[in-house]
Ligand binder design. Structure first.
Ligand code: ZN
Length: 150
């Protein structure tokens, strides 16, 4: 495993739309492992999307302290409620703010072995999944900041 260099704020990679992964092979597993190691290299990191390390594939890793969840081609297939947690991003250091997100989401995708998985998440994990899936479409949390009175 290798810690990869992060892309920051004005890097155009962060604004590109990532492409769907067609085959989940050793190359994809290696990228997911590198993403996990890179995420774990940052004490305050909760998730990472592939374009944050310059790879335009629909891959995310989320870890809110219960071990990494690696997802290929994640899609939000259901959501309910709302919450406004304070978010940050490894690619946008020192910036934090509230974003309106669903309270709970259902995400479908594939694990690193190519098995279809469905994840039901709420609270912080739901926010992380939404944040990372947004990255895959070139969207940053700073695009969605709300006034704290909202
Ligand atoms: Zn981020």
């Amino acid at each position: 495993m290798t810690i990869r260099a992060l892309r920051y704020m004005d890097d155009t990679m962060l604004r590109r739309k990532c492409g769907k992964v067609e085959v989940i092979d050793d190359n994809i597993r290696e990228i997911l492992n590198d993403m996990t190691e890179t995420l774990h290299a940052y004490e305050n990191g909760a998730g990472l999307a592939a374009n944050q390390i310059g790879i335009l594939k629909r891959l995310i890793v989320v870890d809110i302290g219960y071990g990494p969840i690696k997802l290929v081609n994640p899609v939000i297939i259901g959501h309910s409620g709302s919450q406004r947690l304070i978010e940050g991003c490894l690619s946008i250091p020192e910036v934090y703010g509230r974003v309106l997100r669903p309270r709970a989401v259902v995400v479908s995708g594939y694990n690193e072995n190519g098995k279809a998985v469905t994840i039901r998440a709420h609270n912080r994990l739901a926010v992380c999944l939404c944040h990372e899936i947004d990255h895959l479409d070139g969207i940053l949390f700073t695009d969605k900041l709300i006034n704290s009175k909202n």
